[in-house]
Write a protein that binds this ligand. Structure first.
Ligand code: ZN
Length: 307
């Protein structure tokens, strides 16, 4: 079975650190990730550069990444203005982050649930004005779906209702994000089943997990067992959310790829080439800690990866 590992380091990782990675270094990193076989990369977010100067070069990165054959170029768009910029740049996939916690939504994008649903509706209308072949895939990313550092527990019913609302607004699919690293494997199973029951399995294929409390790979495994086919991860576990205090660290791409390959899933990724991309990242961000167990320990002797 194939699993798509969607690399979110250039967006989720870099937005959480104060160091601004030079654009040329980002391009080299993105190219190296693609060379390693990564098939989808979230290269940035179309937010005002004064809010997130780390991601101010997103349009240039989309243009760069679009030239890499076979790569799906994904971006985050917090609003209609961002979506217009993403469409103009030619991104293949747009994700609007809709926080299940309204407190977090107001803090993160300064909009209520009703306002975010309006944005999603306007963006899907914009996409539908494009010729069919040029329409980007449009995802509603349900952040803080498993809990929020500002509100605590998030009722599952609210997540399900927002998923239904986003599909009704014209999203092609929804994704679930554990922004705060609160999820546990039983909750992952419960919430996937609940959302699938409401919108159908083909409308939710991906999960965005953080390893804040060490349960990232356990949560990924729970989702894989139920048939999730896309997992976000960031190289070196870079990541977090500057507006959700205490949320840090996506699941580590290298460790996830190792687990998938050891279990016989096809990722299309070459582990040694992934380490070469990690070396570029480490060189570009010498003062940022990089995480991951497998890069430290190395692959097991005579490890035979599935490709
Ligand atoms: Zn995240």
């Amino acid at each position: 079975m194939k699993v798509l590992v969607s690399e979110v380091g250039p967006r989720d990782g870099l937005q959480s650190i104060s160091t601004i990675m030079p654009t040329e270094a980002k391009k080299r990193w993105i190219t190296a990730l693609a060379d390693a076989g990564v098939q989808e990369i979230e290269v940035g977010s179309f937010v005002p550069a004064k809010l997130l100067p780390q991601l101010g070069d997103t349009a240039e990165l989309v243009a760069h990444a679009r030239r890499i054959p076979g790569l799906t170029v994904a971006v985050l768009v917090p609003n209609m203005k961002g979506a217009e910029a993403a469409v103009a740049a030619g991104a293949h996939k747009l994700t609007i982050p809709v926080s299940c916690s309204e407190t977090h939504s107001l803090r993160n994008v300064r909009r209520s649930h009703a306002q975010m649903l309006d944005e999603a509706r306007c963006i899907s209308e914009l996409i539908r004005t494009l010729p069919a072949a040029q329409r980007p895939h449009f995802e509603g990313g349900l952040s803080t779906a498993f809990g929020c550092t500002l509100e605590g527990a998030v009722p599952e019913r609210r997540v399900v209702e927002l998923a239904e609302a986003l599909i009704a607004c014209g999203c092609d699919e929804v994704g679930l994000s554990d922004t705060s690293g609160y999820a546990d494997p039983a909750q992952v199973r419960r919430l996937l089943r609940a959302v699938w029951g409401a919108v159908g399995r083909d409308r939710l294929t991906g999960l965005h997990l953080h390893n804040t409390r060490g349960l990232g790979l356990a949560n990924a495994l729970a989702a894989l067992d139920l048939g999730i086919s896309t997992l976000d991860a960031s190289q070196g576990g870079l990541g977090g959310c500057p507006f959700a205090p205490g949320a840090s660290g996506n699941i580590v791409t290298e460790d996830l790829v190792f687990m998938l390959q050891a279990m016989g899933f096809e990722t299309g990724i070459d582990f040694q080439s992934l380490l070469a991309a990690r070396a570029l990242l480490a060189a570009a961000l010498p003062n940022e800690p990089l995480y991951g167990m497998v890069p430290l320990a190395g692959l097991p002797l005579n490890f035979e990866p599935t490709s």
